[in-house]
Design a protein around this ligand. Structure first.
Ligand code: UDP
Length: 407
């Protein structure tokens, strides 16, 4: 694991000192994060990097993961889809099972803490049982909750209102809640295996190992196999591009233990790509950070054609590698892609195809946009900024009513 000072060449000494000053006010405070998977997806990705850094800063930070049976994860995926606006079945029986699994998990935990940060809907009901274990509870919503199905949100809200605050990734996701709501953007770690610099030789070695030949430009999307990530739309766009331009599509995905829909969507994608020699689908193990890094660097154009997105860490990751990203104009993607500057926002497979062609035919323009993209990430979406936001949040909720906090 990298030390805090390893970030100085990237973010500057001042940023590191600011983190240390903030953390001094919180030394030895116990900070517990709770989510529903240790691998797969953006939340696990962030926690695996943020928790060690918070410990280095002197906060006693731990990361707990709830355990559930397949039925529980079917239910929470339905909640997730419903909160992102899909019509879903969410019955009283499902609600009861959700409560029951949270109740069982609560019995497994024996910590006491100063701050608890509960990520997403899966463990949200823990507060019902564990509230006395910590004075401050914050619910952190990572999903695009701008237009939730009312019955799903109504159910979840009963738990969320018990928290002291909630955190969303975008202001448009904020809800009608009786407590303060904060805005914190996710982040990537520039020193992790997923994002650190690689040599051309290292990139090539991964390509060789995975059997990918760079004889035609590579269009890449890295995502869980989830309908909101629209892999079918990517295939459609790719097929339109290929009519005029020689290229290949690489769809890279993995499984998240809290996402039961993956295999079904994967099967559909495989069927849509069947027999097409220009489409490669790679199902990588969840710890393939280094491989994903190399693939993102090897790609000519990176796409994230989501139709709903809480934030979209894959966009940040690609931008950090100096790639202009073509992203669906939804959720957190619009915070990252400044249309025509750091990438392109699209609304359809046709639009996506048009922009892929545009970038493939203008490599110099792509390079310039990629440079701006990397700088944009450096300023806004690195883990040091994220940790600063968490520390500031804790100081705020620890000092209710204070307008100034002296450091
Ligand atoms: N990811 C990965 N392997 C895969 C698919 C995704 O390592 O096969 C990582 C990806 O690099 C990113 C995270 O999982 O760090 C996905 O985060 P994002 O916010 O894009 O989407 P989420 O899955 O959380 O909806």
């Amino acid at each position: 694991m990298n030390g805090l000072h390893d970030y100085t060449p990237i973010v500057g000494q001042e940023v590191i000192e600011q983190l240390q000053r903030l953390a001094e006010r919180l030394t030895r405070r116990r900070f517990v994060h709770i989510n529903s998977t240790r691998t797969g997806g953006g939340v696990a990705e962030i926690l695996s990097r943020a928790v060690p850094l918070l410990n280095q800063l002197g906060l006693e930070t731990t990361w707990e993961v709830i355990i559930g049976d397949p039925e529980f994860f079917e239910i929470t995926k339905a909640m997730h889809n419903g909160l992102q606006g899909d019509r879903v079945r969410f019955t009283p029986r499902m609600m009861e099972h959700y409560r029951e699994i949270n109740r069982e998990n609560a019995k497994r935990f024996d910590w006491e803490a100063d701050f608890v940060l509960v990520h997403d809907p899966q463990p949200a009901a823990l507060i019902e049982h564990l509230r006395p274990r910590a004075p401050k509870w914050v619910w952190r919503c990572h999903i695009d909750a701008s237009r939730p199905q009312r019955h799903v949100w109504k159910f979840l809200r009963e738990y969320v209102i018990r928290y002291d605050a909630s955190v969303f990734s975008m202001s448009s996701f904020a809800q009608n809640l009786p407590h303060p709501q904060y805005l914190i953007h996710p982040s990537i770690d520039p020193l992790s295996d997923k994002n650190r610099d690689l040599t051309a030789g290292e990139v090539q070695a991964v390509m060789d190992r995975l059997g990918i030949r760079k004889d035609r430009p590579i269009i890449l999307q890295v995502s869980r196999f989830d309908s909101f990530k629209d892999p079918m739309g990517v295939i459609q766009a790719f097929k339109m591009v290929r009519r005029h331009t020689s290229c290949q599509l690489l769809l890279v995905g993995g499984e998240a233990t809290d996402d039961p829909e993956g295999p079904e969507i994967f099967a559909r994608v495989k069927e849509a790509a069947a027999g097409d020699p220009d489409i490669t689908i790679l199902l990588l193990p969840p710890d393939s950070h280094y491989e994903v890094n190399a693939l993102q660097r090897a790609a000519d154009v990176i796409v994230q054609k989501s139709v709903r997105e809480g934030f979209g860490l894959t966009v940040t990751e690609a931008m950090w590698k100096g790639k202009p990203v073509i992203g669906g104009a939804v959720g957190g993607i619009v915070l990252q892609i400044r249309d025509y500057h750091t990438g392109f926002l699209v609304h359809s497979p046709e639009g996506c195809a048009f922009r892929i062609r545009y970038l493939l035919h203008r490599p110099e323009m792509a390079r310039r946009m990629g440079k701006l993209a990397r700088e944009f990430v450096r300023r806004h979406f690195l883990i040091t900024r994220h940790i600063r936001d968490y520390l500031t949040l804790m100081l705020f909720i620890d000092n209710p009513g204070s307008r100034f906090i002296e450091l």
